[in-house]
Design a binder for this molecule. Structure first.
Ligand code: PGA
Length: 255
């Protein structure tokens, strides 16, 4: 069963109005293979979402970078999942390591957020990944399995979940995981999904890699059988984002 390639661009907390418009123009002009081959989703900061949604080419989608864990209400400063649905925003990124570490989002909290966002009709890019210390102590698989379990405990339908494996030590550091390191974890994660959730979910859920992906290293990573796309931070703000989308589809469309 084919898993359609997925490229996410995580703009994080970057950009002015002028810069955002420039990035959108760059994306709109890029020659990209058909949306039947690759799914592209870019994630600007909340304040730019409606603008980007309105200017962006129709074959690309947008994602929020976070949303509140339950129904909206008296939660100053938060953005509810319902608001995103109301604005026609199809995706949300949840559980990014920057939020887990800087804002103390626990595995359970992320699991609750994923379940709630799905329940109101959003699609979710759910992020997991180990720190350098956890990798060096040999607990990578235990960490990512616990993060995934906290989601699996709350979610029964995985159709609208994309799992993003992002080793914390590779994010924004220029220190990308080797294709073998990434493939190893992706394969283990797929086995975990198979054994703990089910064969169908394991076969169909996209597991994408994130952490210092760029135009130069994406092809080799994309060639790995269990890497179904990327979540790209820094390079998603640059013209090479188009190269990342293109090189990925070149590799996989030949399979
Ligand atoms: P990076 O970020 O590509 O800048 O390492 C990836 C991410 O945080 O999603």
């Amino acid at each position: 069963m084919a898993r359609k390639f997925f490229i996410g661009g995580n703009w994080k907390c970057n950009g002015t109005l002028e810069e955002v418009k420039k990035i959108v123009s760059m994306l709109n002009e890029a020659e990209i293979p058909s949306e039947n081959v690759v799914e592209v989703v870019v994630s600007p900061p909340f304040v730019f979402l409606p603008l980007v949604e309105s200017l962006l080419r129709p074959d690309f989608q947008v994602a929020a970078q976070n949303c509140w864990v339950r129904k909206g209400g008296a939660f100053t400063g938060e953005i509810s999942a319902e608001m995103l649905v109301n604005l026609g925003i199809p995706f949300v990124i949840l559980g990014h390591s920057e939020r887990r570490s800087l804002l103390n989002e626990s595995n359970e909290f992320v699991g609750d957020k994923v379940a709630y966002a799905l329940s109101v009709g959003l699609k979710v890019i759910a992020c997991i990944g180990e720190t350098l210390q956890q990798r060096e102590s040999g607990s990578t698989m235990a960490v990512v399995a616990a993060q995934t379990k906290a989601i699996a405990d709350k979610v029964s339908n995985w159709t609208h979940v994309v799992l993003a494996y992002e080793p914390v030590w590779a994010i924004g550091t220029g220190k990308v995981a080797t294709p073998d390191q990434a493939q190893e974890v992706h394969l283990e994660l797929r086995k975990w999904l198979h054994d703990s959730v089910g064969a169908e979910v394991a076969a169909t859920t996209r597991i994408i890699y994130g952490g210092s992906v760029n135009g130069a290293n994406c092809r080799e990573l994309a060639a790995q059988p269990d890497i179904d796309g990327f979540l790209v931070g820094g390079a998603s703000l640059k013209p090479e984002f188009a190269d990342i989308i293109r090189s990925l589809t070149v590799m996989k469309s030949q399979l």
